[in-house]
Structures are given as structure tokens and as C-alpha cells.
Design a protein around this ligand. Sequence first.
Ligand SMILES: [Zn+2]
Length: 325
Amino acid sequence: MPQHFLKCSRARTLSIRQVARMDEAAARDLFQKLRWPDRDGEPECPHCGHGRCYTIRTRNTFKCASCRRGFSVTSGTIFHSHKLKLRDYLLVIALFMNAVKGVSALQISRDVDISYKAAFVLLHKLREAVDDARADMKVRGEVEIDGAYFGGHRRPANQGREGARPAPKSEKRCILAAVSRTGGTVTAVVSSENGKDVLEFVRRRVGQADTVYADEHPSYDALHARFEMKRINHRWSYSENGANTNGAESFFSRMRRGEIGQYHRPSGRYLDRYAAEMAYRSDRRRVDNGAVVYEVTEMALAHPMSRTWKGYWQKRAPGHHATAA
Ligand SMILES: [Zn+2]
């Protein structure tokens, strides 16, 4: 069996310049290798799973030898019925993942010379693919858990003016993060840092933990029944006998820099996806950029067409503009 593509040495580095110079045939070849990584890019029918397919070179499509149906390298994935060149998708992914603190749709639309709408939807589809690919991931070992509030932008016009309509209820949401000291970050977005949501989050995303570190917020009290716990009192000490949540805090500070620097005020609606994106970035921060670009492309090609983002701009009422970057 051929070696999995991501394990090859040539998958390790990839510069923006290399991607920009890539021709469409090379991009298609790469997409095939990432869509069917265990078959060295040899297509497998997405309709019936049959392994023998004919290549229709003139149209860059395939035809299944068993069910006789046609498909392309992007059929059924988030790139389904793509409008951009495959090379440009790769370029977007490379720019997206090269920006350690995240990148805005506006920036991508300028850099790749695609419409803002195309960039906006594409970035959201990529976040969705990354988030869903990691949905079953659990953190283990020495685990730090903490919560922090994000989002909640109010339009200045709604603030404090006599006779103006009252300010809308704050859209601030709490992000819970569990960070393993040996690697791995998982997140959830909840209305507030509370015991019930903490417990539910831990059930879903924390596996076998040797020790759980948390601050003295009462939301984490119930975890004593399940784990060996170490609690930190921030007023007294940041690290006493290894009892600290520095890993979780540095995740939140990266998230905060991303929020301020690139996403400005990520709307509450998509906050879970932004958090998942930042968790992924955090977990891959010491991995070669080429490997990360290929991995995200592979996740995107393994992800089914997005219901949320299919025809997104067509579905929106006229005059209603998205505010998220
Ligand atoms: Zn088939």
C-alpha cells in the first residue's frame, strides 16, 4: 500500500510562492493525492465506493467502472461545483494557515483577487471542515481547563444616547477550553462559565485525564468527583507545585490577539468555529506549514458539501450584510 501522502517528506514545506507558481494540472494532481491519500491519488467512486474508475481527460472527470456515474476530484466536498481554480483554493488555504493569528476574508479577497463573498464563504467552509474533522477528538493526561468571554460587540449608535433604542442584550459568550499539556486543545462555546455546561463539555471532550487543573471558579467543583484535581487561586499564585493553567491562558491570549487583530469582533453565531480554528492553529503551531496546508486541504476534501454555506449569499435577504470579518 502506498505511503500516506502527509507522511512523505515532500509534504512538509510549501511556500506561498510555490503555490502561486503551480499550474492547474499540478494542483489537480495534489488534490487527488489529498482526496485519496491512501491510494496515491487513484480515484475511488464517491457514489458506490468502487475502486476502479476511468479517467475522462478532456473534462478532468472520472467515471466509475461499476455504477457508471461520473465525478470529479471535488464532487461532494466543500469545493463541489467550484468556481475558482484549484490552485487558487490552495492559495487561500496557504494564506489562511500561514497567518498564525488568523486572517480576514477581506485580506484574502485582496491577496488572491477573488470577491469578498467568495473569500468569506470559503474561510467559513474551511473552519467548518477543520472543526468537524476534530469533533471526536478528546484531550488526555494532564489537562488544564478554563473559560473566557468573547464577542459581544454593540453598535456604537445603540449606546447611551438619550431616546435611542436600548442597547441589545450582550452577545458575549464564554469559550471553554481544555488544553492537554502533552498536546491537544478542545473548545466549546456556552452562554456562561457554569457547572452544568462545564460538566457536559468535559464529558464530551476530556478523555482519560490524570490530573485536571482549574482555577477556583465554582463551575469546576463538580469535576472533583471524576478527576484528580489541582485548583489555582489567581489572587495568590500563578504556579504553585505545577498547579497552573498557563496552557489554557496562552490559548485564550492567542484567541484574543486573533479576535482583535484579524476578526475584529467575531459574531456570536460563528464563535464556536473561530474557537475551533484557533484551537487547531494552537495545536499545529510547531508543525511545518506545508504539512498544515496539506492537512487542511485533506480535511476540506474529506468534508461533505456544507449545508450552511451552500448558496449563502443567495439565501440572504437583500440589504442584510454579514458583519463578521
Ligand atoms: Zn460507483
